[in-house]
Write a protein that binds this ligand. Structure first.
Ligand SMILES: [Zn+2]
Length: 333
């Protein structure tokens, strides 16, 4: 039995005792001391693992770095597949070691890229969103474990092709996700007209479009460190998004930011200043993507010594505060 400070998936703060058996049973009780802090595991709702091979480029603008034929794709073309796979494996490990138990991976590089992911994702923790360049390739991807499609901006694809993919996704009951509103509002209307299942960014969308997407109940993922890298932070939109019941957080390109969602929370806290909302955005993915939540036990010996609020987990926690990740269901008694 452990005396714990528990934070639920909904960000509720409780004190009591935790008994770990087949499941983790929690009873609310007054306790004098805390053995550990317990939270759900985290869900990284947007990541590109493939560019783990090109970590930390010089600061440059969005198009030059990740646009079609930009720096990222030039490096990927030059790197051999084994190296890409080993870097992806390493990034998945970094994610797992920082309390993330599932990631929505936006896989580039067509069917070959999907094969690399299938090799790297040995524990099957990734929601695999592939990027086809033809309908034939799209069909093939679905046969090879893709959970759907993760497309770039409408700027980067033929619109009629996106419409066809949207139809296939609907028919086959898989996810159709797309990037929009990252650098401006110009690609937002097109993206919304596709009625996507998931939108990435929207930081630079105009408020009317942002609210339209929210009215349609499309989950929206923010990636604040990535936005900061490109000078695209926009507090006005984050403020609106943080009150949205389908707001999610991801870490985006590994080359820009580590796939450590705790670091993303730390950073987001100082920008948005709504710790509970941020916490919920890194646990909500389990519901949105229908995955099982685990539990994280944080020790309080060092960095989290005497910490007993959700604020400390969001602002201060580090991967090395994690004592254990449990793949068990939580039962509140
Ligand atoms: Zn992205």
């Amino acid at each position: 039995m452990l005396r714990v400070f528990l934070i639920t998936k909904e960000g509720e703060e409780l004190f009591g005792e935790l008994t770990i058996e087949d499941k983790a049973y929690f009873v609310e009780k007054e306790i004098k001391e805390i053995d550990c802090i317990v939270t759900p595991t985290f869900f990284n709702s947007h990541v590109h693992l493939g560019d783990s091979v090109a970590k930390d480029p010089e600061f440059m603008d969005l198009e030059k770095l990740v646009g079609p034929n930009g720096y990222k794709f030039r490096i990927l073309k030059e790197t051999n597949r084994d190296e890409i796979v080993s870097c992806m494996k390493n990034s998945i490990e970094v994610a797992l070691n920082s309390g993330t138990t599932n990631l929505a991976e936006f896989r580039e590089g067509g069917i070959e890229g999907l094969k690399l992911l299938n090799e790297a994702d040995e524990m099957n923790v990734c929601i695999k969103l592939a990027r086809p360049s033809s309908i034939e390739e799209a069909e093939l991807m679905l046969k090879q474990n893709a959970n759907g499609f993760g497309m770039s901006s409408v700027r980067d694809h033929e619109f009629s092709f996106l419409e066809e993919l949207r139809d296939i996704a609907r028919k086959r009951n898989v996810i159709f996700a797309i990037h929009a509103g990252e650098r401006d509002n110009d690609d937002v209307e097109g993206a919304l007209s596709l009625e996507p299942d998931l939108l990435i960014h929207m930081n630079m969308a105009d408020v009317k479009s942002l609210k339209a997407a929210m009215d349609e109940e499309i989950p929206i993922v923010s990636c604040l460190r990535s936005n900061a890298f490109f000078n695209l932070l926009n507090n006005k939109n984050y403020d609106i998004l943080s009150d949205y019941r389908l707001w999610l957080i991801g870490t985006d390109n590994v080359m820009i930011a580590s796939p450590n969602i705790i670091s993303e929370m730390n950073f987001a806290s100082y920008i948005i200043k709504k710790d509970k909302k941020i916490f919920c955005a890194v646990t909500r993915g389990f519901d949105v993507f229908s995955c099982k939540t685990g539990l994280i036990l944080f020790h309080t010996k060092k960095n989290l010594y005497k910490a007993n609020s959700i604020r400390s987990i969001v602002r201060r926690a580090n991967a090395n505060d994690i004592l254990q990740v449990l793949h068990k269901e939580l039962v509140l008694e």
